[in-house]
Design a protein around this ligand. Structure first.
Ligand SMILES: [Zn+2]
Ligand SMILES: [Zn+2]
Length: 256
């Protein structure tokens, strides 16, 4: 992938991770004549194109909020979701509703592949990939075609990615200028000032870093962790109440 200029030259004071600046970023890219598409659709655009993806590492609820923000500003993107995430369950009823809602907003759902998960269990990620795609396709209720690796630096190219699927790291995208907000940093500078220079853009944003007020990276980790843990606490709290009610209904048996 092509590299960009130094970050220091391409960031302005307004380049924070607020929803306000997210809207400005989208406006800058649309203003430079790019069509913004999910990964699965960039090939139909003959001219300037910006494929936009979000990697959902920790929380589908946070991603859904971002899906609505995208919808509000006219962006359809690919949301890459994990099937082995410790912090969300892709097969839960809430996830099914969330994925359907995202799709209803015009977004594409892709598989955020986890080769390290399979390697650590002594399995071949290139084989397990197909099972993961089938699992996510069943959860989404449609065929998943787009794949993007979680922690791509830790695992070299996954050959199976390109054989059957549209891969975010495949050779077809090497001519795209890539910008990522990984770790809450635009290491190649914020793309809002650079869209004009690149007819083909590949933007990766993570919903975890963005918020209404542009909170800091550590505040955002706390906020998303709080959301995930809050939902779990609610589940256990309602379980506690149901157990208490059931136990209260049972007459204690007489001893002996
Ligand atoms: Zn910016
Ligand atoms: Zn990831």
């Amino acid at each position: 992938m092509a590299t960009g200029p130094d970050a220091a030259d391409t960031m302005s004071a307004r380049c924070d991770f607020s929803y306000r600046h997210y809207r400005e970023l989208v406006a800058a890219i649309l203003g430079s004549g790019h069509e913004i598409t999910p990964l699965g659709e960039y090939q139909r655009v003959p001219g300037k194109v910006c494929l936009w993806r979000h990697d959902v590492d920790f929380c589908l609820r946070t991603a859904l909020e971002h899906a609505h923000l995208d919808h509000e500003v006219g962006v359809r993107a690919t949301f890459f979701v994990r099937v082995h995430a410790p912090s969300y369950n892709i097969l839960s009823a809430e996830s099914a509703r969330t994925l359907a809602e995202m799709a209803g907003l015009g977004h594409e759902i892709g598989l955020h592949t986890e080769p390290m998960f399979h390697l650590q269990r002594g399995r071949d990620p290139n084989v397990e990939l197909h099972a993961d795609v089938r699992l996510l396709s069943a959860a989404v209720g449609a065929e998943v075609r787009a794949v993007a690796r979680h922690q791509p630096a830790r695992f070299p190219a996954q050959v199976a990615d390109e054989e059957r699927y549209l891969s975010a790291y495949g050779p077809a995208l090497e001519s795209f200028q890539y910008f990522s907000d990984s770790r809450g940093l635009w290491v190649r500078g914020c793309p809002c000032t650079q869209a004009d220079r690149h007819p083909r853009l590949h933007l990766l944003t993570h919903p975890i870093w963005w918020s209404e007020g542009g909170d800091s990276w550590d505040e955002r980790i706390s906020a998303v962790a709080g959301s995930v843990l809050g939902a779990l606490e609610q589940e256990f709290s309602s379980y506690r109440e149901s157990v208490r009610a059931a136990r209260d209904r049972v007459e204690p048996s007489a001893p002996g």
